[in-house]
Design a protein around this ligand. Structure first.
Ligand SMILES: Cc1cc2nc3c(=O)[nH]c(=O)nc-3n(C[C@H](O)[C@H](O)[C@H](O)COP(=O)(O)OP(=O)(O)OC[C@H]3O[C@@H](n4cnc5c(N)ncnc54)[C@H](O)[C@@H]3O)c2cc1C
Length: 391
């Protein structure tokens, strides 16, 4: 039998880790603070580096019919609608990277993971169980915490950007407001312009703002994310209700196709997020307590890689525990495999935010330079397969 492992946080990172670790023969208890799984957050893009792991974990059949294969990633001019640059995905990406590029509703991915976990005898998912830093105790190399009977060999902190487990490991360090706020919404796609219904991931670049949309629910709805610059954000919460009029006002003067999408937005299901981040952490573990996902490398959404990195972490941790003779050997290996890549992606995501929001005259240079990349810019990112990078 493997280790006894508690996971704080049942988000996409915690649930994927629970599946990877239980398939590796470990006993897993997931403690999620929410009493029920929330679906705020709507759509998510899963690039091939993440989809290949989900397929390997056996989720293919459960995700069939829920995912939409993205045909193109398309970048457009905010006022004229002109395509500045695009990368072909679809079958081409699958051939090139060995796995598909998908769009999916987060609730569908959660459900697929939960169903797979429910069928696994080594996993227990406990809802309504917040983990607090003050209730974590280490004793002779094992960990006790409230919500779990008896000690565990390993505590995995997958509890997001405001992680209590990270606080226990490394003390207080508030996340930094990036000066950007995101709106998210879902609207029905029926009757929208064909350009809006295309199975593309579309990003509109404008000064100080950008707008992303793509279909989910097999094309029945469009998921929209609008990011604008803002001076302050006082709420620590992920999601606050947003005002549709404020969103429309922020994108006044943008292309008519986008206005059509914005006209459909209703207050129900419109949420606003302050975007926060942290500098890359120098250490990911302390004793038998280790971190994963946004808890150790919160990543701005501009490369659509935050959840993908949490999914990659899950596969890497399961592999480290399999290969290393002891936990004390496994945790440094896991950290050293993952830290450089996630730090690079954190930094690159921040830089992309800056590039997306350029105004004249730099925007003109960006628009001329972007098509020169020839769709291969993301090869290093999407081709990545955890097992190939382990010494
Ligand atoms: C607007 C936007 C768009 C994005 N789009 C994409 C995308 O297209 N593709 C992509 O890969 N990524 C995307 N991301 C990033 C992605 O959402 C996150 O990186 C990802 O959700 C991180 O997963 P996680 O499991 O580490 O953390 P979280 O999703 O934050 O999950 C943490 C879980 O822990 C629980 N929790 C918190 N505290 C405690 C506690 N004390 N005790 C117990 N449980 C606790 C929470 O309730 C939650 O369920 C986007 C992010 C944003 C904001």
């Amino acid at each position: 039998m493997g280790y006894r492992i508690a996971i704080a946080g049942g988000g996409l990172g915690g649930l994927t880790a629970a599946l990877a670790l239980s398939q590796g023969g470990h006993e897993v208890i997931v403690l999620e603070q929410a009493a029920a799984h929330r679906t705020a957050g709507a759509g998510i893009q899963l690039s091939p580096n993440a989809s290949r792991i989900l397929l390997r974990l056996g989720l293919g059949p459960a995700l069939e019919g829920k995912v939409t294969a993205t045909e193109r990633s398309r970048f457009r001019h905010f006022r004229t609608g002109r395509t500045i640059t695009e990368a072909r995905l679809g079958a081409e990406a699958e051939g090139r990277y060995g796995a598909p590029y998908w769009q999916i509703h987060r609730a569908d991915l959660h459900e697929a993971l939960q169903t797979a976990l429910a069928n696994h005898p080594n996993v227990e998912l406990r809802l309504g169980r917040p983990v607090s830093a003050s209730a974590i105790k280490e004793n002779e190399g094992r960990v006790t915490l409230s919500g779990v009977d008896g000690p565990v060999d390993l505590l995995l902190g997958a509890d997001g950007i405001h992680s209590e487990v990270r606080r226990w490991c490394f003390g207080e360090a508030p996340a930094r407001f990036t000066g950007q706020v995101a709106w998210r919404f879902l609207v029905p796609s029926e009757g929208l312009a064909p350009g809006l219904q295309a199975r593309d991931s579309q990003v509109w670049w404008g000064p100080g703002k950008h707008f992303v949309h793509y279909p989910v629910d097999g094309g029945a709805r469009i998921n929209g994310v609008a990011v604008v610059e803002a001076r302050a954000w006082t709420e620590e919460s992920w999601a606050l209700p947003g005002q549709a009029e404020d969103l429309r006002a922020a994108f006044q003067g943008w292309h008519p196709e986008l206005q059509q999408l914005l006209e459909r937005v209703t207050p129900e299901g419109l949420f606003q997020w302050g975007l926060f981040d942290r500098a890359p952490l120098p250490r990911w573990y302390r004793g038998p307590v280790v971190l994963l996902g946004d808890a150790c490398h919160p990543t701005l959404p501009f490369l659509a890689q935050g959840a993908a990195m949490a999914i990659e972490d899950s596969a890497a941790l399961a592999l480290a525990l399999k290969q290393a003779p002891t936990l004390a050997d496994a945790l440094p290996s896991y950290e050293s495999w993952r830290r450089p890549r996630t730090a690079r992606i954190q930094q690159l995501s921040r830089r992309y935010g800056w590039v997306y929001h350029l105004g004249a005259p730099l925007a003109t240079f960006r628009n001329l330079a972007a098509p020169l990349a020839r769709g291969t810019t993301m090869d290093w990112l999407y081709r990545y397969d955890v097992g190939d990078h382990i010494p």
